[in-house]
Ligand binder design. Structure first.
Ligand code: DOR
Ligand code: ZN
Length: 478
C-alpha cells in the first residue's frame, strides 16, 4: 500500500477514519478516501481533506474484500438451491467482493451460447464476478469462442460431482490445456480421478455399505494425488496455468509443491471444511458433511493448515455449494447431495483462526484476497488497498462474536456443517467499487445489479506455451 500520495484538502465522496488498514503484508493506522468507484487517497489520520461523509470506524480493521474463486450459484437450472441474487447477497454479508462462478449449472457453461445466457442471469449480482467456462470431452471446439466471449477462467471436472458432468479423457484435457494456454486463462481443476472413485463406489454399494464414512472410502487421497500429479505434468508440457481446487489431503500437497518447484504455473486453494472438520465429525453430521472431495483425518487438516501458512496452498476459497435440506438429509450416504454453502461463513471462520493465533491477519488478507487477485489476473485493481484500486473494501470487527445458524444465512440452500459454530471476528461493512452492499451486518437496499463481470480489468497474458509444435491444432494445420 502506498501512503500519502494524495492532493491535500481534496474533496472526496467518503473518508474512512480511525481504522487499521491491512494490505500488502502491512497494517497501518491511516485514513482512506474513496471517490466514485476507486480509492482516492490514503494518509495520516486527519490529513485527507473533506468528504461528503466521514465514516468513523475507530477500532476496526479495513481489508481488501475477499475474492472467492470457487462458488456455485446454480443458475441456470437449479435456482431453487441458489441464484445470482441470493448468492451474491450471501457474498456481501460474508465480506466477499468478487466471486468466480462454476459451470456445473443446467445447462452447463460449455459454449458461447450458454455463457451469454449466464451473463444475462448474472445481471442481478450485487458483487463483482467472473464466470467459468467448462473444459470437457465434447466441447473442445467451443473453447476459443468461450474465451473470445469473455469466460474468465476454465473448470475441468477430472472427477464427477454434483451435475454429473463426465470427466474428460487425458487426451481431451491435453488438447484443452493447449488451447487455453494460448489465452493465458487459468484452468481450475476438480482434481479427483473419476475412474478410481467409480470403481470403488460400485464395490461399496454392491456390498451394501452406505454409511457416511463410506463416502471417504470411495475417495481415498490417492484420487487427489493421482489427479494433481497428472494435471501438473499436462500443465508442464503445455505451459497452461492451473489451479487445484479444494485441497483436502496431506498427500496431494507433495505433487502440488513439486510442480511449483519445477516452475509449473500452479496454484492451490483449500476451504474451511478441510481446516475445521475431520473424520470425528461424520458420526454427528452424517450426510450433511458429504462433500467432494471428502473431509479427511485430523492429520490431513493439520498438514493443510501448515501448507496454508507456508505458502504451498495459495488461497482460501469456499466451494459454496448450496442444496435443500431434503437433498442433504438422506439415510444412504450415496443419495445425499454433496456440498454446502460457504461464501458467507468463510470470513468469520477464518477470523476466528486469526484470533486463535493460527494465522496472522496480514496472512489472511494474502490468502483471501491478494493471492486470488494475482492468480486470476485482477491485480492491482483488486486484492489491494492502494490509490487508484477499486474500492472493494471489507471493514471487520475482529472481536465480534457470532454463532453460525443456517436460518440466518442469505443463501437459499442453507444447511451447513458449521451449525452452532461460535466465531469471533466478522465483516461489519462491505463495499464493492465504492458502494456499500452490506452495512452493520445488513444487506443494503438497491444493490441488485451493482456487480460487474471482471473482464474489463482482467489481465492474463498468454502463458509461455511449451511444446507448441506438438499441439494437435498445430499438427492439423500442416
Ligand atoms: O461437494 C461438492 N459440491 N463438490 C463439488 O465439487 C461440487 C459441488 C456442487 O456443485 O454441489
Ligand atoms: Zn466446487
Amino acid at each position: 500500500m502506498v501512503v500519502g500520495q494524495h492532493f491535500n484538502m481534496k474533496h472526496h465522496d467518503l473518508i474512512f477514519s480511525g481504522a487499521h488498514i491491512v494490505s500488502g503484508g502491512k497494517t497501518k493506522l491511516i485514513d482512506m478516501a474513496i471517490q466514485g468507484e476507486k480509492i482516492s487517497a490514503l494518509g495520516a489520520p486527519g490529513t485527507l481533506g473533506s468528504a461528503e461523509k466521514i465514516f468513523d470506524v475507530t477500532g476496526k480493521y479495513i481489508i481488501p474484500g475477499a475474492i472467492d474463486v470457487h462458488v456455485h450459484f446454480r443458475e441456470p437450472g437449479y435456482s431453487y438451491k441458489e441464484d445470482w441474487y441470493t448468492g451474491t447477497q450471501a457474498a456481501a454479508m460474508g465480506g466477499v467482493t468478487t466471486i468466480f462462478e462454476m459451470p456445473n449449472t443446467n445447462p452447463p457453461t460449455r459454449s458461447a451460447v450458454e455463457l451469454s445466457e449466464k451473463k444475462a442471469l448474472a445481471e442481478k449480482a450485487c458483487v463483482d464476478f467472473g464466470i467459468y467456462g467448462l473444459l470437457a470431452e465434447d466441447n473442445l471446439n467451443e473453447i476459443d469462442s468461450l474465451i473470445s466471449d469473455g469466460a474468465n477462467a476454465f473448470k475441468c471436472f477430472m472427477g464427477n460431482t454434483f451435475g454429473n458432468l463426465p470427466s474428460p479423457s487425458t487426451g481431451a484435457m491435453l488438447e484443452g490445456f493447449e488451447k487455453i494456454a494460448k489465452a493465458g486463462l487459468r484452468i481450475s481443476l476438480h482434481a479427483e480421478t473419476a475412474s478410481i472413485m467409480a470403481h470403488r463406489q460400485k464395490k461399496l454399494e454392491e456390498a451394501g455399505k452406505n454409511e457416511p464414512l463410506n463416502h471417504l472410502d470411495a475417495r481415498p487421497e490417492i484420487v487427489a494425488i493421482e489427479a494433481v500429479s497428472r494435471a501438473a505434468v499436462l500443465a508442464e508440457w503445455t505451459g497452461a496455468r492451473i489451479h487445484v481446487l479444494h485441497i483436502s489431503s496431506a498427500g496431494e500437497l507433495r505433487p502440488l509443491n513439486e510442480a511449483k518447484i519445477r516452475g509449473v504455473d500452479i496454484t492451490g486453494e483449500t476451504c474451511p471444511c478441510y481446516l475445521y472438520l475431520d473424520t470425528s465429525n461424520y458420526e454427528n453430521l452424517r450426510s450433511v458433511i458429504r462433500v467432494n472431495p471428502p473431509v479427511r483425518t485430523k492429520s490431513d487438516s493439520d498438514e493443510i493448515w501448515k501448507a496454508l501458512r507456508n505458502g504451498v496452498i495459495d488461497m482460501i476459497a469456499t466451494d459454496h455449494a448450496p442444496h435443500t435440506a431434503a437433498e442433504k438429509m438422506k439415510e444412504s450416504i450415496w443419495e445425499a447431495d454433496c456440498g454446502f454453502p460457504g461464501v458467507e461463513t468463510q470470513m468469520p471462520l477464518m477470523l476466528t483462526a486469526v484470533n486463535q493465533g493460527k494465522i496472522t491477519l496480514e496472512h489472511y488478507v494474502k490468502i483471501s484476497s491478494e493471492n486470488p487477485a494475482r492468480a486470476f489476473g485482477l491485480w492491482p485493481h483488486k486484492g489491494n488497498i492502494s490509490i487508484g484500486a477499486h474500492a472493494d473494501i471489507t471493514v471487520i470487527d475482529i472481536h465480534r462474536k457470532e454463532t453460525i445458524k443456517a436460518a440466518n444465512l442469505h443463501s437459499r440452500g442453507k444447511i451447513t456443517p458449521f451449525e452452532n459454530f461460535k466465531t469471533t471476528g466478522a465483516p461489519v461493512h462491505t463495499l464493492v467499487r465504492g458502494r456499500f452492499v452490506q452495512k452493520d451486518r445488513n444487506i443494503c437496499s438497491d444493490i441488485k445489479g451493482h456487480g460487474k463481470q471482471v473482464s474489463d480489468i482482467q489481465k492474463m497474458p498468454p502463458a509461455k506455451p511449451n511444446n507448441a509444435e506438438h499441439a494437435i491444432d498445430k499438427i492439423l494445420e500442416k
